[in-house]
Design a protein around this ligand. Sequence first.
Ligand code: SF4
Length: 313
Amino acid sequence: MTENFELIAELHKGGAHRVALQAPEGLKRRLFRLAGELKSAGFKVSISGDPCYGACDLDLEMLRDADILIHLGHAPVDGTDQVLYDIYRMDFDPVVVLNAVPYLTGPEIGLVTTVQHVHLIPAVSNILEDAGFAVTVAEGSGRTPYAGQILGCSFDAARKTGASEILYLGTGLFHPLGVQIATGSRVIACDPFTRNVEVVDGERLLRRRYALIEKARTADQIGILFSPKSGQGRRELAERLASLSPKATTILLREVTPDQLLNLGFSCYVNTACPRLAYDDQVRWPVPVLTPQEFEILCGVRTFDNYEVDEIR
Ligand code: SF4
């Protein structure tokens, strides 16, 4: 019996015959099995093999020859009824949150996580409430449709809690750092798999970003990158930024790689594509890659005191 009975029933109900499949890198190996099941059920199937980092990067090219695109692993960031999103849930024991209790000052806290874990938010909230905390989980909005969900480009669900202390459940430090800078709140990060808990220090990141802006002051040519990807294109922003400096030129670039930046030869870039490229990947870049807000600081139209994390909302 197929594992994807409901999916197949939904596709039949919608009258789809030609199905395109897309998944981010970590889930790509699930696609050949899904393709096999769909083919056995009578569908004509093709797989998108190009890199994909989010639902902001739909393979619309494939949709030209398909009735529907099934996108695994992410929640929708843009509404199009030709795409079926199948988020990938990752379970953990909600009791792990008790590890974070000694770090929380409380009693009021906000709670956020990434899409893989949003289904566990009610259970985690109950455990925290039993431990004496008043937990706020903000409703979803825009590209984060689930309550309590944040993305590397949207910290709305953290901001909307209004809490002066926020608990992030998930892996990695990028998201909680973003929460900290976006909200100014005290942020505790709890990794449910390693069970590590830490108080997030956004100041270190800000010091590094300040140094980068200073380094960018010596640049003689500045490339303003904008993306053709479905949910990352910020052309108007790129053009507005380019108008701030005679050194700046807009550059359309689908995949931002160190080789591409070297080949283009600019001594500084400003990234208007996925915000994580500037923050998370800086060590990979051969020259400074600034966020839009950092470029505004460089151009003197914003002060560092008014630093804002880059988001696409
Ligand atoms: S823009 Fe970046 S952070 Fe936002 S959904 Fe896409 S890949 Fe994720």
